[in-house]
Design a protein around this ligand. Structure first.
Ligand code: 4AZ
Length: 275
């Protein structure tokens, strides 16, 4: 059921609609090696749409307060995961977090550089289901626009970027080992989009969640090794130069048979660009 959008959300929807990839979208960036688990360092200048979500008040200053990732889809709009803004993650109600901001254009969280931009408005999908993890989406409106070259187009439904077997890359400052070793600098890992059948077989429903086709996608290597992990949530999964997913959940990190599960961006596009 579609609900009427409120006014601020409508404004975000217009910007999001403008960000949907045109049929001839930009080519994918040159391959670098594999956040993240099994990943390797990348330059944020080559992937400026990958931003850190941060609050020093909640998470302390050692890593500039980074706790999740996000993807820039319009100069003032960042997509992230709904669960990043939960009480469980923030340790406090979202309304009480006064210093929520994104860090753009900074590789090393311990260094200066890039921009810190305050989040002016937060929309959290009220239909996010913390049991299945369906609808793991939040939309942040920034206080000031980021440069236009930070924006990544979103892949609409039917885009070949969603085809099983497509090479993709996931970006983040999250745990690089699954043992709480958080990255200082941005990393990326190469993964492959897996078929809905494989994702359903991996996650028919357990304590971590349930794979639901149409609203999720999963990616990884069936033998494990390369994956997103804690701290990467909300961050971008990119294929063919387009945004296809946001890091959402999985059983562990990089384990054989347990690929990473992502919020499917085509569902976001459909929801916010429908007449
Ligand atoms: C997490 O806890 C999380 N391996 C993120 C991604 C994955 C697992 C857990 C995928 O935020």
């Amino acid at each position: 059921m579609r609900r009427p959008l409120n006014r601020r959300l409508r404004a975000a929807a217009v910007l999001i609609a403008a960000a949907v990839a045109a049929p001839l979208a930009v080519p994918s960036p040159a391959a670098a090696d594999g956040v993240v688990i099994g990943g390797s360092p990348v330059q944020v200048s080559d992937s400026p749409w990958a931003v850190a979500l941060a609050s020093r008040d909640r998470f302390g200053g050692t890593r500039a307060g980074q706790f999740c990732g996000g993807a820039v889809v319009a100069p003032t709009i960042v997509l992230t995961a709904a669960h990043c803004l939960s009480m469980e993650v923030l340790g406090a109600p979202l309304e009480t977090v006064d210093d929520l901001h994104v860090i753009a254009g900074r590789n090393d969280l311990k260094a200066a550089g890039g921009r810190e931009v305050a989040v002016r408005d937060v929309w959290v999908n009220e239909e996010y289901d913390s049991f299945t993890n369906a609808g793991d989406l939040a939309i942040l409106t920034l206080d000031k626009p980021l440069p236009a070259d930070h924006v990544i187009p979103m892949a609409p439904a039917g885009d070949r970027a969603y085809d099983a077997g497509t090479a993709a890359r996931v970006y983040g400052w999250g745990d690089t080992t699954g043992q709480g070793d958080y990255a200082r600098s941005l990393r990326a890992a190469r993964v492959r989009v897996l078929s809905d059948a494989a994702c359903e077989a991996a996650y028919p429903g357990n304590a971590d969640g349930t794979y639901l086709r149409g609203v999720m996608l999963c990616a990884g290597e069936m033998e494990g090794g390369r994956d997103a992990c804690q701290g990467d949530s909300g961050g971008p999964l990119v294929a063919r130069g387009r945004l296809i997913g946001l890091v959402s959940w999985g059983s562990g990190c990089g384990q054989a048979g347990s690929p990473g599960v992502y919020t499917r961006i085509s569902e976001v596009v459909a929801r916010f660009t429908a007449p």
